[in-house]
Design a protein around this ligand. Sequence first.
Ligand SMILES: [Zn+2]
Ligand SMILES: [Zn+2]
Length: 302
Amino acid sequence: MTQRSDEGNVAPGAEAFQVRDDGIGETVICATCGVQRQVVSAQTCPVCADERQYLPEGGQRWITPEELARRHYNTMTEEEPGLYSIRTAPAFAIGQRALLLATPHGNVLWDCLSLVDDATIAAIRSKGGLAAIAISHPHFYGAMRVWSRAFGGVPVWIHDADRQWIPDPAPEIRTWSGSTKPLPGDLTLIHVGGHFDGSQVLHWPAGAGGHGVALVGDNPNVCADHRWVTFMRSFPNYIPLAADEAERVVAALRPHAFDRLYGWTPERVIRQDAKRNIERSLIRHVRALRGEHGAVTWSARA
Ligand SMILES: [Zn+2]
Ligand SMILES: [Zn+2]
């Protein structure tokens, strides 16, 4: 774990070789999606066997937490006051990042990584530790149980509609039902569905200087042109969401005020006007599904 304030190269520290004694038995990590599970439940990774993901040529590959720690380390970058991105380098699995959201009433880890080491834990503790973990959807489960246990078994909040994807049920993995759930620090989990039935977004009203922030996994997903998002069931396999599914995602976000959106990599951030861009993108998405292409204007209606 190395903290950095810019995008410069960082060298792995010796502590990267230390792996937590997590007390959950022998585990392996899927090298393609990064989800950890107990060896007793590891055959083919269900997350990768699903049509939204894929298995590599040659089939399922598992690695141990020790192998991961030997070759990788984590970095932490401040995104804005109170918000830090944590990534694994060199990139592992999908290239996930987690976001540490520090609030006066407790910190929340949004999404998860596969690599948990003492240096990363110490860095998070130096910012106040964790009150809770919340994960957008199964592609970001990573080593969620180990993360939780490293911080005293804090709850890992997953929407109940994704219960079937939890690798190894445990008391620290908690599900919730309904459309919104409050978390410490005036944060709110929003159930948006779509990409996964239980896909969720974390709303941070104090972010972006009080204009509000949405922390998102890949639903909606920020496009290469950051004025746009897209709505997909599968990104690697190019399966779009149906119009009514995309409309439900946007409808769930509509009541919540935010101007900035953090996607799942540092390259996928809409710094301002995020809500307007989402509405405009919904119009484009629905039109594209109808075979209607070309400029979308603000007066356009889907
Ligand atoms: Zn997998
Ligand atoms: Zn995903």
